[in-house]
Design a protein around this ligand. Sequence first.
Ligand SMILES: C[S@@+](CC[C@H](N)C(=O)[O-])C[C@H]1O[C@@H](n2cnc3c(N)ncnc32)[C@H](O)[C@@H]1O
Length: 196
Amino acid sequence: MRLTTLEFWAMNNPVRRCIQKRFEFRLFQEMGLTRPGKRILEIGCGSGYGARLLSTIKPASYVGIDLMPEQIERTKGIDLPNTEFAVMDATDLSAFEDASTDYVVVFGILHHIPAWKTVLSEIERVLAPGGSLFIEELQKASTKMIDRLFHWHVPEAGFSYAEFETGMMDAGLEVLETRAYGFFNSYCAQKPDNQT
Ligand SMILES: C[S@@+](CC[C@H](N)C(=O)[O-])C[C@H]1O[C@@H](n2cnc3c(N)ncnc32)[C@H](O)[C@@H]1O
């Protein structure tokens, strides 16, 4: 779903970047997002600040996708090795082959997408066996509070954390770790490697 003008502004300012760097990325690192040489797909990459953070772990490659052309337009000045950005809907990742990614990273997107279960299935498909999903999300109880003031989320979107965790398991992902941070939950989930 496209962001409202106000949320677009809220996502593209120094305060948001500070939170993303000091809390959200740090939590993902504590949960294991540290290994260099991985193929990374970031879903809902916005204007590309996540790419800058993720470049510090020296990935083999990084692709950031976002639904909004206005966000991808803002990534134009980013000059990082083996890095690409594309306008794409997360519910259809058919541009990526099965098992083509080692890490999928999501900084708070799926609570905007009514078909969030489809996105989880697509994530499972593109992850290589043993690959990891690092995802932070906000549950519906919290988005409803925000929407009393701002109307940022479509009513058809959203889930409780219990529903979200079940959704990851139904998609074939194993939840390895959960951390609560303010109103957000961060997860590390893995696509099982049945050969190990
Ligand atoms: C809350 S913003 C977060 C942006 C960025 N990850 C950050 O943390 O600052 C949600 C982002 O998800 C994108 N988005 C929403 N629905 C999407 C979809 N179906 N496919 C891909 N991106 C989507 C929006 O355009 C927006 O950039």
